[in-house]
Design a protein around this ligand. Structure first.
Ligand code: CTP
Length: 409
């Protein structure tokens, strides 16, 4: 079984080639994020890039000297991607750099680094929309893709030249997420995974409702980990304050009934459903369409009539027997026994029991993965670690069942 490392960037060697465009200033932040995540980053710049941001900035951020000149002694173009380099990232990648990379031209330090690399490469284009749309650039991008190069973006949006269009460099956080995926074993490649997360919101009237303290952090971390492990991920979420994870299809819902409907269509053809949402057990029987006035109770205590919500996980598991379903159970005692009981009661492959007193709103969690084959406990770990362990267990379970939707890909 391939066990995913908790942090795919820890101790990894990344060479960052920076070429000349205004987006260079954003790449400073990318270096900071990569270094903060534990990567060892070496930077090479073109002379054009060094006119936007001086090498000293990148030296300070990476903690290594920055190479700009191909003829500064030694063989920097080869030294910069050694056999132990894990990834070469070219950001921002200009149209000119893409053309040279596609054609095998090496007439400056960065293009020589690209040609002489002994590791996988990702390029992050940044240019004017007409330059990106030009058939020559599209041809070069297709050639690079064919050579196994990962092309990250570009995004659509406001460009430095004052127009809106495709050509904008991905944001540093988005590039970081893709780099994490590129450095993670693709154990869920070809799999479709659906995750539910966050609380639900059951309206009482148009301005009031019943919800709970679920932050959504654990479910979002699982969606992120599944994406990093190569899965095609759909996240069906209740209202949370969290940013959408990069690379994940996000469907926003509010009530338990709307979440159920969204999940029923999302799981069609999927391999796995991870039900992390804290679904309200009851909804208000007759939510008012207008704001309820205090006077309407004439001094008496208001009484809300509730009715039970469907058990989404139970219903989806029973309607889709081929789907590998995982539930979550918030417990305060006997976590393992209660998780195993809940697994049998809901008819699912695994229930992750978590210590409710620790998990709510926190970045940390203590869990027990309770499956038919047995249980595995993780004490006081980050929600990200729980997510990556779950992704490893999921890949193992799906591989044991056969190729699944990989065939359809
Ligand atoms: N769940 C669901 N639909 C509901 C309630 C829960 O799909 N209406 C799912 C949750 O996403 C989670 C699991 O079921 O995966 C939690 O089960 P539940 O029986 O609600 O657990 P607890 O809330 O811990 O229940 P209990 O109070 O019985 O311990």
């Amino acid at each position: 079984m391939t066990e995913l490392a908790v942090n795919p960037l820890q101790g990894r060697r990344i060479t960052l080639a920076v070429t000349g465009g205004i987006a260079v200033y954003k790449v400073c932040e990318l270096v900071r994020l990569l270094v903060k995540s534990g990567a060892d980053v070496e930077v090479a710049m073109t002379e054009a890039a060094a006119r936007f941001v001086g090498p000293l900035t990148f030296e300070a951020l990476s903690g290594h000297p920055v190479a700009v000149d191909q003829f500064s002694g030694g063989m920097p173009h080869l030294a910069l991607t050694r056999s132990d380099t894990d990834l070469l990232v070219v950001a921002p990648a200009t149209a000119n750099t893409l053309a040279k990379a596609a054609g095998g031209i090496a007439d400056d330090l960065v293009s020589a680094v690209i040609l002489g690399r002994a590791c996988p490469m990702a390029v992050v284009p940044a240019m004017n929309d007409r330059m990106w749309a030009n058939p020559a650039t599209q041809r070069n991008a297709a050639l690079l893709r064919g050579d196994g190069v990962a092309i990250l973006g570009p995004a659509c949006g406001a460009l430095a030249c004052g127009v809106e269009g495709a050509g904008r460099m991905l944001e540093p956080g988005e590039i970081l997420a893709h780099v994490r995926r590129l450095l993670t074993p693709q154990i869920l490649a070809g799999r479709r995974v659906v995750v539910s997360a966050g609380p639900t919101y059951e309206p009482i009237d148009p301005v009031r409702g019943i919800t709970n303290l679920s932050s959504g952090k654990q479910g979002y971390a699982i969606a992120e980990a599944a994406f990093e492990a190569g899965a095609d991920v759909t996240l069906v979420t209740g209202p949370t304050a969290l940013a959408a994870p990069v690379g994940v299809h996000v469907v926003r819902t509010d009530t338990a009934l709307s979440m159920k409907k969204a999940l029923e269509s999302a799981v069609a053809g999927a391999d796995a459903f991870i039900s992390v949402a804290a679904v309200a057990d009851w909804r208000v029987r007759a939510a008012s369409t207008h704001k309820i006035k205090k006077e309407s109770f004439k001094g008496a205590d208001p009484v809300l009539a509730l009715e039970e919500n469907p058990d989404i996980l139970h219903d989806i598991a029973h309607a889709n027997p081929q789907l590998y379903c995982v539930g979550f159970a918030a417990e305060t005692e006997d976590v393992e026994q209660n998780a195993q009981k809940k697994r049998v009661r809901k008819g699912v492959a695994m229930v992750v029991g978590n210590d409710a007193s620790q998990a709510l709103g926190s970045d940390m969690n203590s869990v027990v993965f309770a499956a038919e084959q047995g249980s595995l406990a993780l004490e006081g770990v980050s929600k990200r670690e729980v997510a990556r362990r779950l992704a490893s267990l999921l890949a193992q379970a799906l591989d044991a069942r056969g190729p699944g939707s990989r065939n359809a890909a």
